[in-house]
Design a protein around this ligand. Structure first.
Ligand code: AQP
Length: 330
């Protein structure tokens, strides 16, 4: 790879990827692949922090790999790999666990949210997975991490852990910068627009647009999305449903919110929803077509997965070796 800064990001194969995952994450990754040496991970170690059915985990992992490629990520220019194929992630995570405080992890809002759904027996993996996330990022001497707003707190923790480690042992880790896209940073549910759209939210299918949903189903979900009754297309916290649809529309069209408000002035909600559905569908259609083609080529996928793991391992092991030496391992 040429001497460019490293960009790292990843996604969990913990369900069917959503429009939120796409707009908050991998739509933006594609635009950054010329500027950075990009490393994209399929975070299956993270996915098992909540119970996964093994055959579904395998299916979602492979599908997410194909979806990255279908959405325009180039595995000849970037490294795309499956996290559990590179054992350095688990090893560094253990070491960094010993440099992270319970208090820090207890403050993570994602832990508070996700642990509520687990009943009495909350897996410790759910508690300390931000440490694994720090290991993911720091192994590659990452300069920049593009994520949605929901991940900001975890990334701030990754920086704190890296700074703490460096203060003890010298400049081992590059301190990563957080990159949050302007539009699409937080896509909310269609039925509950005060809560983010999530792939593990399987209670109400109409709340979530899945990237691999039938296109007609997507149009219907948008048509049925919750709004309010004053029939005005205005971007306001008091109108979370309309705000969310405007965010989706602008994230896809790259229009400014103010411009979209002007364009839709005088529109009723029905016509507005139709316009949003149209841009969503035209964005997703080619991705679905590419996805089907790529996934059908089993040999290509197998080889791409293997190549990605080898390239990632090579970089990750260099950092891990330095860390082990510094902490005193023989
Ligand atoms: N609703 C969202 N809006 C914008 N960005 C989002 N991301 C997730 N949801 C939204 C971004 O997608 C990337 C991958 O996230 P992840 O799979 O590692 O975990 P997550 O953030 O917990 O995503 P989900 O969909 O909510 O998964 P589950 O339900 O399994 O927890 C990240 O960059 C994230 O910001």
């Amino acid at each position: 790879m040429a001497e460019k800064n490293v960009l790292f990001s990843g996604m969990q194969p913990s369900g069917k990827p959503t429009l939120g995952n796409y707009l908050g994450a991998f739509k933006n990754w594609g635009t950054l692949q010329e500027e950075y040496n990009c490393i994209y991970c399929i975070a299956d170690l993270h996915a098992i922090t909540v119970r996964q059915e093994p055959s579904m985990l395998r299916k979602y992992t492979k599908e997410l790999f194909a979806l990255y490629l279908a959405a325009g990520l180039d595995n000849t220019k970037n490294i795309i790999y499956i996290q559990s194929n590179v054992s350095a992630h688990s090893e560094l995570a253990w070491i960094l666990n010993c440099y992270t405080y319970m208090g820090e992890l207890s403050r993570m809002t994602q832990f508070k949210d996700k642990s509520q759904k687990q009943g009495k027996n909350i897996p410790t993996g759910l508690f300390n997975y931000p440490v694994l996330q720090a290991a993911d990022i720091l192994l590659y001497q990452t300069a920049v991490v593009p994520v949605g707003e929901d991940q900001r707190q975890h990334l701030e923790l990754s920086r704190d852990i890296a700074i703490r480690f460096n203060n003890i042992y010298g400049d081992i880790f590059k301190i990563p910068e957080i990159y949050i896209p302007k539009a699409g940073a937080k896509i909310m549910g269609l039925q509950n627009p005060t809560k983010k759209m999530s792939k593990s939210d399987t209670d109400n299918e109409n709340n979530v647009i899945y990237l691999l949903d039938d296109l007609k189903v997507i149009a219907n979900k948008i048509k049925r999305s919750v709004t309010d009754s004053d029939n005005q297309i205005i971007y306001s916290d008091e109108k979370p449903g309309i705000k969310n649809l405007l965010n989706i529309y602008c994230a896809i069209t790259n229009k400014e919110i103010k411009q979209a408000e002007k364009d839709f002035s005088g529109f009723g909600y029905g016509a507005f929803k139709e316009a949003v559905a149209e841009v969503v569908i035209e964005e997703i259609r080619p991705i679905q077509e590419n996805f089907k083609r790529i996934l059908a080529d089993k040999e290509f996928i197998e080889k791409a997965i293997k190549d990605g793991a080898q390239k990632a391992e090579c970089i990750a092991n260099k950092t891990l070796k330095k860390v082990k030496k510094k902490v005193g391992f023989i």
